[in-house]
Design a protein around this ligand. Sequence first.
Ligand SMILES: C[S@@+](CC[C@H](N)C(=O)[O-])C[C@H]1O[C@@H](n2cnc3c(N)ncnc32)[C@H](O)[C@@H]1O
Length: 299
Amino acid sequence: MSYHDPVLLKESIEYLAVKRDGIYVDATFGGGGHSKAILAQLGPKGRLLGFDQDEDASANLLDDPRFTFVAGNFRHLQRYLRLHGVEKIDGLLADLGVSSHQFDTAERGFSYRFESELDMRMDRGGGKTAADILNTYDANSLQQIFSEYGEVRNARTLAQRIAEVRGKKPFKTVGDLLALAEALAKGQKMRYLSQVFQALRMEVNEEAEVLEALLQGAQEALNPEGRLVVISYHSIEDRMVKNFLKTGNIQGEVQSDFYGNIYRPFEILTKKAEAPSQEELNRNPRARSAKMRAGIRLK
Ligand SMILES: C[S@@+](CC[C@H](N)C(=O)[O-])C[C@H]1O[C@@H](n2cnc3c(N)ncnc32)[C@H](O)[C@@H]1O
């Protein structure tokens, strides 16, 4: 099985408009599908840094002198760039979320299809697991996560049940959570479980926080005319990207100077978010929730 089938490959690379001698970042290297396409457009003096916080991605390293793998979280984009002697970049591509490899590897705990420890960390070097969250967050916080990140219909009941059950036996495995969630699913069981698991995964990996840090880092690091391309898979993330391209902050608050000139950090290339074609969806149903937005950094 392939590590990951890159989503919106042709379209995202077109928006990146790779300059032959430019310096580029693939913030989410994964199986390297997008990275290979960027390298194919770079000349001999170009450079590409590929980030991934999951050590499994290092099995896919590209043997190319123009490529550097950065084993770390893209939330620290600028720190890593400095470490690698890079001050400014000409483009950054981020293809958020988890890879098929992560999702399909039973022991990672990302999927309700397999019995395993409830882990869900992309970076297994530290941080809290999904089980830690279920066992330690208060019911209000759990409710908020399920409702905000998962749009879970009965988030309050689910959170309360979790708080009750863990008093008798702490959560440890996917099966522990399934036993409880399935009973509350009512009807569309798979959809419900996907929502519950997605919400937990986003909290475990602090996906909203790290995206904000990435967007801010990219804005600082991009040269004028540099390109930012983001593929997201969740409405919260898409809204953050949309707002950021427009205003330079994820809330979408318009800032203006003393004279009333509105601050516009990017020229927006995607008036509406772009989605995969029907042909791509037929080939790769996992692309179904993808939304892509792109912008050019203004001076
Ligand atoms: C959807 S996959 C990217 C697939 C890639 N575009 C390809 O063509 O194979 C997302 C990857 O980004 C990594 N990732 C997600 N969040 C990250 C973060 N905050 N820092 C670094 N890597 C991250 C994941 O570990 C995963 O391998």
